[in-house]
Design a protein around this ligand. Structure first.
Ligand code: SAM
Length: 243
């Protein structure tokens, strides 16, 4: 049945990542909550508090998925800010758009299908660029960072929320156990999709640690690059400015 198809997609298609998210789009929000025990909500809250949006802010949320970051930004900026949610997967955008109508966030939002490596936007259009749990999935991270730089206005800010390297040895061991033993099982039980969640865990391991990623952001041209670890580095928020 459906399970066979989902097992095949990540390995057999040209664009594996696309199919991974297509197969989980509908259950995406449920999975996020169960796998992170709800903590992803606090990380996203932190990201948007750190962004400190104002009424005029033009936000671009890349790999925005079902809109979690953009919804929070709309709340934080109170009135009048505009956010564009860009994602390569139309299914994710569709789920997000439906959610925005349900939650009453639809006014300032637009939903655009597009690739982080080739953003469908003019130069210097946005005040803030966010990417939450997205850059890890992009094939050429350097290209995505260059695109982020291109679409930001001078003075604009880059903010990235991503899994990172845990800096507490005890927590690191528990986290390893949880990642390799629990997450794929949960993926199978809740979404019927072991492979996608194994991919998730592996992609987290492959992603560069805090300092290395910081250097990549600097190499793309950003200034004043800093990062904050959250939950002992389970995730980190990197920030940089275009001057
Ligand atoms: N930002 C959302 C959140 O935090 O809930 C969604 C994160 S989800 C783990 C990753 C998203 O990245 C998926 O919606 C996927 O479609 C998208 N994605 C993967 N590769 C992409 C690319 N090259 N360009 C744009 N989006 C991409």
């Amino acid at each position: 049945g459906g399970r066979g198809k989902e097992l095949m997609s990540p390995q057999c298609s040209v664009s594996g990542v696309y199919h991974v998210f297509e197969s989980v789009a509908k259950k995406y929000d449920v999975m996020n909550d169960s796998m992170s025990l709800g903590i992803h909500r606090l990380w996203k809250d932190w990201l948007v508090r750190h962004m400190n949006p104002t009424p005029g802010t033009q936000l671009l949320d890349v790999a925005g998925g079902t809109g979690d970051v953009a919804f929070r930004e709309q709340e934080g900026s109170l009135v009048g800010s505009k956010a564009v949610i860009c994602d390569i997967n139309k299914e994710m955008l569709k789920v997000g758009k439906e959610k925005s109508l349900r939650l009453g966030y639809s006014e300032g939002l637009s939903w655009v299908a597009g690739d982080a490596e080739e953003l469908p936007f003019a130069d210097e259009k946005f005040d803030v660029y966010t990417i939450a749990f997205g850059i890890r999935n992009v094939t050429h991270i350097e290209t995505a960072l260059e695109e982020a730089y291109r679409v930001l206005k001078p003075g604009g800010r880059f903010l990235c929320l991503e899994f990172s390297k845990v800096n507490n040895p005890l927590l690191a061991r528990l986290y390893d156990l949880y990642s390799f033993q629990v997450i794929p099982v949960l993926g199978e039980i809740i979404a019927g999709d072991w492979k996608s969640y194994q991919y998730l865990v592996e992609s987290i391991r492959r992603f560069p640690p805090q300092e290395e990623f910081k250097e990549m952001i600097e190499d793309a041209g950003f200034f004043k690059v800093t990062y904050h670890n959250l939950t002992s580095g389970v995730v980190a928020v990197h920030s940089g400015f275009k001057l």
